[in-house]
Ligand binder design. Structure first.
Ligand SMILES: Cc1ncc(COP(=O)(O)O)c(C=O)c1O
Length: 448
């Protein structure tokens, strides 16, 4: 055994019993959702569309929210708590004095952190007597997580999946169906809003904003159904804090505290889940940790304007105060498609606005991101989801800066999912489909 712990475990009895709600600790009151000046009230519609318990959690001022016992059992069934790894092999390959630690959400049964809120939402929906959940999905990770959660608690699940991605992920589609979900490429002819776009162009690539509109319309028309969102909203981030709370306990065990907390960000559930407990320490305990959100240049939403905007394309949601690129923004598809969303969670947007979160956006060709991911794959041996590759890339960039300055910073990052259903994306970006790629050429590509 090495003196330096390579893996920091938690016992099942150490699974957190409460989620952390950062709202009461924010430096300024969080601006709430509001209705637009014209048109019907979206706010009044919410109780018909969303899970009541989640709606209650949305603006709760309770700092700690109890995780129900039955849900904790489901978390155990899903393999929580998950280990924190020290990336000793990666550190060695980079020759950095930095200490790199990564949390292993890639052990999730469906492949990502999304199960943490999917299980919570499915559990509450069933408790409230609902029979079906509807939702949107972009990369497909959220749709799979909700299909899985519905299957475990005994609910039906309908998924509207952004057509551009639906088309090139047949295995993920198969997995959703194995969990019993009904899946529609979006825009679909199944909803009024989708039909309009579908009839104009049956090959319409779709967007997360459009898929949200379809899921909302579907749930709104069926009293037995309710809509479930996989990111952005406060309660979703709160459910995900189980990741950061476990990580804090793991760091406590080895007497280490991170100088830098890094994760990729789309709507914000992964970044929020990992970083908010540490951000809470900055806000209430005077910790000096720095936070970096890794994004794509096709959707650098945290670098957008901080203003009220809709969360969906058809303007069916209330307005949320967030950093946004505009709810009808066109964003080119990328392999890390889960990062392609126009707006960022109101909580994280406020913290960004107040200067607590830095952001970096990587080029759309994803070569820099995947090149660093490959270094990670070849040294640490885990295959990250393309979205998680952005976290790895940022952590490696920061570790290389430490190599220049000689600073032994402690860097923590979350690997939000595995990439076993995304190998085609890696092959395309890294050119592995060309038979002639020599080992030497690959090593140059790797930079090690
Ligand atoms: C593996 C993975 N990581 C991260 C994200 C980004 O989403 P969010 O910002 O909500 O965590 C996604 C979204 O689909 C994802 O699938």
């Amino acid at each position: 055994m090495t003196a330096v712990p390579r893996q920091i475990q938690l016992d099942v009895r150490e699974l957190p019993t409460r989620w952390y709600n950062i709202i009461p600790d924010l430096p300024e009151p969080l601006p709430g959702p509001k209705d637009p000046d014209v048109g019907p009230s979206r706010l009044q519609q919410l109780p018909n569309l969303l899970i009541h318990e989640c709606l209650g959690q949305e603006m709760s001022s309770e700092r700690w929210v109890e995780i129900p016992e039955e849900l904790r059992e489901l978390y155990l069934q899903a393999g929580r708590p998950r280990p924190l790894f020290r990336a000793l092999a990666l550190e060695k390959a980079l020759g950095t004095p930095a200490q790199l630690y990564y949390k292993s959400e890639f052990y999730s049964p469906t492949g990502s952190h999304k199960v943490n809120t999917a299980l919570a939402q499915a559990y509450y929906a069933r408790k409230e007597g609902k029979k079906r959940l509807t939702t949107e999905t972009g990369a497909g990770q959220w749709g799979t997580a909700l299909a899985y959660a519905c299957s475990l608690v005994g609910l039906e699940c309908t998924v509207y999946w952004v057509r551009a991605v639906h088309r090139w992920k047949p295995d993920r589609l198969g997995l959703m169906k194995m969990f019993g979900a009904e899946v529609h490429a979006s825009p679909s002819p199944r909803t009024e809003f989708g039909r309009k776009l579908y009839e104009q162009d049956p090959n319409h690539p779709g967007s997360l904003g459009i898929a949200i509109s379809e899921g909302l319309e579907d749930a709104g028309k069926d009293p037995d159904a309710v809509y479930s969102l996989g990111s952005v909203l406060n309660h979703v981030l709160m459910h995900q804090t189980i990741i950061g709370l476990e990580t804090q306990k793991q760091f406590e065990k080895i007497g280490v505290y991170p100088d830098l907390v890094i994760s990729c960000i789309g709507g914000g559930s992964n970044f929020g889940g990992f970083a908010l407990p540490f951000l809470g320490d900055v806000l209430t305990k005077g910790k000096k940790t720095r936070f970096i959100a890794a994004q794509s240049q096709v959707a650098p939403n945290l670098q957008g304007e901080y203003r009220y905007d809709f969360a969906d394309h058809a303007e069916m949601t209330p307005l949320l105060k967030m950093c946004t690129l505009g709810h009808t923004a066109q964003m080119a598809p990328i392999k890390g498609d889960g990062l392609r969303y126009h707006g960022c969670s109101p909580i994280l947007s406020l913290l960004r606005h107040l200067g607590y979160i830095d952001t970096v956006a990587y080029p759309a060709d994803e070569k820099h991101v995947f090149k660093h991911a490959l270094t990670f794959i070849r040294t640490e041996g885990f295959l990250p989801a393309p979205e998680s590759a952005y976290s790895i890339c940022c952590a490696i960039d920061e570790a290389l800066k430490c190599k220049e300055t000689g600073e032994p910073k402690v860097i923590a990052f979350n690997i939000s999912g595995h990439g076993f259903m995304d190998i085609q994306g890696y092959r395309e970006v890294l050119g592995f489909d060309q038979e002639s790629t020599s080992d030497e050429k690959r090593r140059t590509l790797l930079g090690i």
